[in-house]
Design a protein around this ligand. Sequence first.
Ligand code: CMC
Length: 438
Amino acid sequence: MPESLSVTDNRTGRTYDLPIENGAVHATAFQQMKLDDEDHGLLLYDPAFLNTASCTSRITFIDGDRGILLYRGYPIEQLAEHSNFLETAYLLIHGELPNAAEYAAWEHEITIHTLVHENVKSFMDGFHHDAHPMGMLLSTVGALSTFYPDATKIYDEEQRRISIYRLIAKMPTLAAFAFRHSRGLPYNYPDNDLSYSGNFLSMMFKMVEPRYQAVPEIEHALDVLFILHADHEQNCSTNAMRAVGSSHPDPYSATAAAIAALYGPLHGGANEAVIRMIERIGSVDKIPEFVAGVKAGKERLMGFGHRVYKNYDPRAKVIKRMADQVLAVTGTSPLLDVARELEKVALEDEYFVSRKLYPNVDFYSGFIYQALGIPVEMFPVLFAIPRAAGWLSQWEESLLDKEQKIARPRQVYLGASSRDFVSMNEREVQRPTIVAAG
Ligand code: CMC
């Protein structure tokens, strides 16, 4: 027997049977619940999408209560241990792990697209020396659309493919150029003999040596971080990618919008905010005062809490272990001790326990980036590089989904009802009441 939901509209006394499909009810089924013919039907009010599925997807699965994250069915812990970022990106985009020939072809395509047009360097040069690299990244990714006008042919599979290669390939180049610009250093061109993460580190840090070879443990750690950040189902930036993509612009423009969404401190900017917060706390003895401030609502404990995870974020578990491994190579950080103690205090505190607030992916990732010599303002950029693979797989899935249309939410209007225009000299002067001091 098909699953259904019976709803009685107590305004009219009528009962409706709504089909349940895949654990969801179509919101449009509520439109038939009307008071009269003039009524547009019942709306579902859900600011911030707390309980609204905006799409069906076959890419990433999260069970927030049990702390499970799967890409195309594969547990994130297994991918972090056995895969590399490019293979994981292939999995996200294509739905299956590649065989050896498919992987070689994919790696080749990404590698040959790492260069950017020379004019991009002129845009970079136009930014102030202290411009935030995330701002530089989002502007230059958006600007890429002007170099590839054919990218607007989004229903041409070949064009989609090449845009995907270009975006995954060029994000590290643009990110490294942004960093080099902020340091006043010459731009390093890609080295196509290096791995994806090895090449990124080379473009970031190569000085005058003929070839930059990253420390293998560091190259590996960065690659694992890229895997962990590659996708996370319908988060704020992915929703931006899908929503902007739904009006059918080229994918460079949609990716720039997704980067803008990721920029905020509540999303991809949180890893930067965590380090600034820990630096501010400074030492273990200041933790009680800081935690008291958080509990009093003065600020948030950055790197804690998640809309979906009500348990330890599985990515944070991998990162915490990796932070220890990386710091064993690069030398320990006193701030990491503060973070560990802060985590311990928070996990034992009733405020955090009762709200199911656990460390998320951003709590420890910054310590690894710092140990790699990457400055804090680059942290969100390091989130954006791998997330491009997730955004693009979600964008393509959305384009090919026959149920999708241009994203256009409804609203519950609470403003003034219709009224006549009043000329300026007839308007009553409304001034804020000034309370006299003293
Ligand atoms: N510190 C202190 N209190 C918190 C925190 C926090 N980090 N996060 C949530 N709360 C409290 C919040 O004040 C509320 O308490 P009350 O019920 O008394 O009003 C309760 O927990 C529920 O919070 P919420 O704001 O309704 O939860 P949300 O799902 O809207 O927010 C979040 C999720 C990630 C924006 C939020 O937890 C937060 O601001 N965390 C800090 C920023 C952060 O680390 N962001 C990275 C997220 S993971 C990477 C990514 O995917 O972007």
